[in-house]
Design a protein around this ligand. Structure first.
Ligand SMILES: Nc1ncnc2c1ncn2[C@@H]1O[C@H](COP(=O)(O)OP(=O)(O)OP(=O)(O)O)[C@@H](O)[C@H]1O
Length: 370
């Protein structure tokens, strides 16, 4: 069993509390991504699980073991770092087998494991090279191989793809998640805790994602739930690209929303979801993909002006100013009947069930019920 449990976990650096008593249960075999902006303490949390950082309070369990005071080598973990951390003077094959040699594993086992791992990661051709003779992607595969060869209960990844270009990152995302599935299919209890600041990486790789902010957990959920039902305005703004449109609004008579001086009727589905006790001064949220461009003379919707147009190939990003609020709206580029031009007037309307309402002060999503 390689469940990882964090209970009231805390980290204090001098007078600064970096981690504020977080609770998180990562299931056996799960791929859990810790994501959040720079400084939210995702790396600190990972390093505490690894045993590279002492904890200031709370508990960490790996499997059934309380590991609070155990050194990294006794935790059944292997870690892959952003900078690969390969030994520069060792050939790839020796980098791979280093952990096994340290444990004085039999020579035949070392040879067989090196062969197996290099085959899985397709690095057989580089075994005799030094790290400096590898590309970034190849070096990263060696770093993953070095973790894999230890057959750890838990893999810890700290921003492993940050140093790669966009194309290589995309292919390594697939490779790592495929590898995880393969290990599970072979009956290895390989739990993954993966740290990134990149929401695309989080959404595409995680079974579940833990979104963090300033040393606190904002939401833990599967990618679909995070996108469709963000618990608060922070998660809503962090997950999704381009970012969700978020701004001040007023609920009027429980069935209308006023943004600036413009008011539109909230659709029945959204109205049913909004907390009956919601305050009138709220924060609204609508994803750029969830607006419809409606007739300029329609009675409903928000009338604004296009301030900028970005043609992205398959879609067009429209930057729209509605009074003093800025919106970004994504429309499909194929089949558009009209050309969108800068300075044009435009009227937009949130699609049915696409409106989120957040508590202005706490940020809590008060349109999630039902
Ligand atoms: N050794 C340290 N001494 C003091 N403060 C530290 C130390 N290490 C980290 N911190 C602080 O703790 C907070 C969390 O840092 P951490 O590196 O875990 O964040 P992160 O989310 O991983 O950020 P990044 O994506 O930039 O790596 C930050 O405010 C950081 O400045």
């Amino acid at each position: 069993m390689a469940r990882v449990q964090l209970k009231s976990l805390e980290k204090v650096y001098g007078k600064f509390k970096a981690v504020h008593g977080i609770d998180l249960e990562i299931e056996d075999g799960e791929f859990m991504v810790l994501v959040g902006p720079s400084g939210c303490a995702k790396s600190t949390t990972l390093r505490m699980i690894a045993g590279l950082e002492r904890i200031s309070g709370g508990e960490i369990r790996i499997g059934d073991d309380l590991v609070n005071d155990k050194p990294p080598g006794q935790r059944g973990i292997a870690m892959v770092f952003q900078n690969y951390a390969l030994y520069p003077h060792m050939k790839v094959k020796n980098n791979l087998s280093f952990g096994l040699r340290l444990k004085h594993a039999p020579k035949a086992e070392i040879a067989a494991s090196t062969e197996e791992v290099s085959h899985i990661l397709e690095i057989e051709d580089y075994l005799e090279r030094l790290p400096k003779q590898l590309s970034g992607g190849q070096a990263q595969r060696v770093a993953v191989g070095r973790a894999l060869i230890k057959k750890p209960q838990v893999f810890l990844f700290d921003e492993p793809l940050s140093n790669l270009d966009a194309k290589l990152r995309a292919s390594m995302r697939v490779r790592i998640t495929d590898l995880h599935k393969q290990l599970l299919a072979e009956g290895m209890h390989s739990t993954v805790v993966y740290v990134t600041h990149d929401q695309t990486e989080a959404m595409t790789m995680g079974n579940r994602i833990c979104v963090m902010k300033e040393g606190r957990i904002m939401q833990v959920a599967d990618p679909f739930t995070l996108y469709r039902k963000p618990a608060n305005a922070f998660v809503a703004g962090f997950i999704g690209s381009p970012e969700m449109n978020i701004g001040d609004a007023t609920l009027v008579d429980g069935n209308k929303l006023r943004i600036g001086t413009q008011t539109f009727t909230i659709d029945d589905k959204a109205r049913a979801r909004i907390d009956k006790d919601a305050p009138s001064e709220v924060t609204f949220g609508v994803r750029p993909q969830h607006f419809t461009v409606v007739d300029q003379n329609a009675e409903e919707g928000l009338l604004g002006r296009i301030s900028h147009v970005e043609f992205m190939g398959h879609e067009v990003y429209l930057y729209i100013t509605v009074e003093d609020q800025s919106f970004i709206v994504v429309v499909p580029a194929t089949g558009i009947e009209r050309q969108y031009l800068r300075d044009d007037a435009i009227r937009i309307m949130p699609q049915e069930d696409a409106l989120h309402i957040f508590h202005r002060r706490t940020g809590e999503n008060i349109s999630l019920s039902a």
